[in-house]
Ligand binder design. Structure first.
Ligand SMILES: Cc1cc2nc3c(=O)[nH]c(=O)nc-3n(C[C@H](O)[C@H](O)[C@H](O)COP(=O)(O)OP(=O)(O)OC[C@H]3O[C@@H](n4cnc5c(N)ncnc54)[C@H](O)[C@@H]3O)c2cc1C
Length: 492
């Protein structure tokens, strides 16, 4: 009989891990407390409008496609992915609009034209980002950091030769101030620190490799919206014989000496040779392993940002907007001070608007658009969200109305609001943080929890709160690392 693996949670990390362990020949059962798969990567409808609930920006699709290839399936039978010409459209208060083309040379020309950035600077910066990503990024993202053999490989010598002092000792902003002449270019490149919920004025310069993903490798859109990723992986897992148990949360991981024995769910005791938690690692220790000391140690690391999202059905169309749009704050540094130091909502927030009806017309009624309007929020439980959101909503409506020269409040015909408390409740993410712990600290990658457990050698962790971190590509990489570590255990 095959050995059994239980996966706790059907988030993107849990789905990918289920697929990989099944391909390894294990019997895989997934227990999910919600009625649907995907966790943050799920969807919903509001009247005639369709919304992706969480992630909207998609990079490194190979992490998805690889799973189909491993399973011997044709990815085209499950998902269609389009490369975007423009990753983001940036709007500044002075009326400047910058099109962030995914082709590096075109983006360089655009920033020269719109922001006065000397020609070639953006291109040079992106070439360096690519170099650092290839040699250093991959070490940090594709290997278990807590294994000695990761550090004894010759790739480490190459990585060390690529790292510069600025990557370690300067902040993202300091690197960008030195690299670029234009304030607008700096702000655009500072924003990439938010891709893992960090503060560009504090996070290490190493994160300046992130733009490589969008502007060298490209930004992508799965036909049908981000939910298509969840649907494709869910279908693949089921085709491979993974079994799913929805509305069945896990309450306890059962331990005995140096092993875990299985899980207690809301409905059963399930024995398993392998247990993988896709639940936030803090809650896994706190609630399932009842180890509050370890849980406390985990939350010593600063959380990444959370968000407030206004899902608006907008009666009107805006040809000047694209799939991904950013309305920048006037004072970016103040915004991050408010988010991370003061832990309050920004007075002048940067606003991100994602409109999937630009790509899939059926996501909104004719003559209307589905706006996913997101502002960063501190991951905290010290704010009464219901009390502060009405004022934030006014600020957001005023800012977009001012910048688009329209009275937006008259066009909102459907509305749903998700806030950090709701994100925690719906996805069991501590304080509603989107990406687990932040990368503000130079050593953050080393402090992040590993994909395995030192005490119980058949217990593993995947998803955005563990190594290598949050965001879809990294959650998918965490699944790869779990499979790698489990394989090593099986070979012992
Ligand atoms: C608003 C928002 C915007 C984002 N934007 C982007 C973006 O543009 N690009 C990007 O790459 N990333 C983005 N992210 C981050 C990305 O969504 C996450 O990093 C990723 O989806 C997390 O996946 P995960 O595998 O960690 O699981 P999660 O999505 O956190 O899911 C965990 C699952 O476990 C289940 N669960 C928890 N506890 C239990 C239990 N005890 N028993 C059973 N089941 C349990 C939950 O119900 C949930 O389904 C965004 C996130 C949010 C919320």
């Amino acid at each position: 009989m095959n050995q059994r693996a239980v996966i706790i949670g059907a988030g993107i990390g849990g789905l990918a891990t289920a697929i990989r362990l099944r391909i390894m020949g294990l019997d895989v059962m997934v227990f999910e407390k919600n009625a649907f798969p995907g966790g943050k990567l799920s969807d919903f409808t509001l009247g005639a409008y369709h919304f992706d609930r969480g992630p909207s920006l998609f990079t490194q699709p190979d992490n998805v496609l690889e799973l189909f290839k491993l399973a011997g399936k044709n990815p085209d039978d499950y998902i269609q992915i389009e490369k975007l010409e423009e990753a983001n459209r940036y709007f500044f208060e002075d009326g400047t609009v910058v099109h962030a083309y995914t082709k590096a040379s075109r983006f360089d020309a655009e920033l020269h034209l719109k922001a006065g950035e000397p020609k070639g600077r953006v291109l040079q910066y992106l070439q360096e980002a690519s170099h650092v990503y290839q040699h250093v990024g991959t070490v940090f993202l594709d290997y278990p950091l807590h294994k000695i053999k990761t550090w004894l490989h010759q790739r480490i010598l190459k990585a060390l030769s690529v790292v510069r002092l600025k990557h370690l000792l300067k902040s993202v902003d300091e690197v960008n101030v030195a690299a670029f002449q234009s304030e607008k270019t700096r702000q655009i490149f500072n924003r990439f620190a938010t891709y893992n919920g960090s503060n560009p004025y504090v996070a290490p310069g190493m994160l300046t490799m992130i733009p490589h993903l969008e502007h060298n490798e490209g930004a992508f859109y799965p036909q049908g919206g981000m939910i298509s990723i969840t649907k494709a992986l869910f279908a693949l897992a089921k085709d491979l014989g993974v079994t799913f148990h929805f509305n069945e949360g896990v309450d306890e991981i059962v331990k005995a000496y140096s092993k875990v024995k299985g899980v207690k769910t809301s409905q059963r005791y399930q024995e398993a040779e392998w247990v993988v938690s896709n639940m936030d690692v803090y809650f896994t220790y706190q609630k399932l392993l009842k180890d509050s000391l370890k849980a406390k140690a985990i939350v010593q690391q600063e959380r990444s940002t959370s968000a407030i999202i206004f899902y608006w059905g907008i009666k009107g169309t805006f040809p000047q907007l694209d799939l991904h749009n950013i309305f920048f704050s006037h004072n970016y540094q103040q915004e991050f001070n408010q988010l991370f130091t003061e832990k309050v909502l920004p007075t002048d927030p940067t606003i991100y608007i994602n409109i999937t009806s630009k790509k899939n017309a059926d996501h909104a009624p004719a003559g209307a658009e589905n706006w996913f309007v997101m502002v960063n929020a501190p991951a905290t439980d010290t704010i009464n969200w219901d009390l502060v959101i009405p004022a934030l909503r006014m600020r957001v409506l005023d800012k977009i109305s001012r910048m688009l020269k329209v009275d937006l409040s008259k066009l909102v015909e459907q509305e749903y609001i998700w806030h950090p408390g709701g994100i925690e409740q719906d996805t069991a993410s501590y304080l509603g943080s989107l990406y687990g712990s932040s990368s503000n600290h130079r050593m953050a990658a080393f402090f992040r929890h590993a994909n395995d457990n030192k005490q119980y050698n058949n217990l593993f962790f995947c998803g955005g709160t563990v190594h290598p971190g949050g965001g879809i590509p990294l959650c998918l990489k965490s699944a790869r690392l779990v499979a790698l570590l489990a394989k090593e255990q099986l070979a012992l």
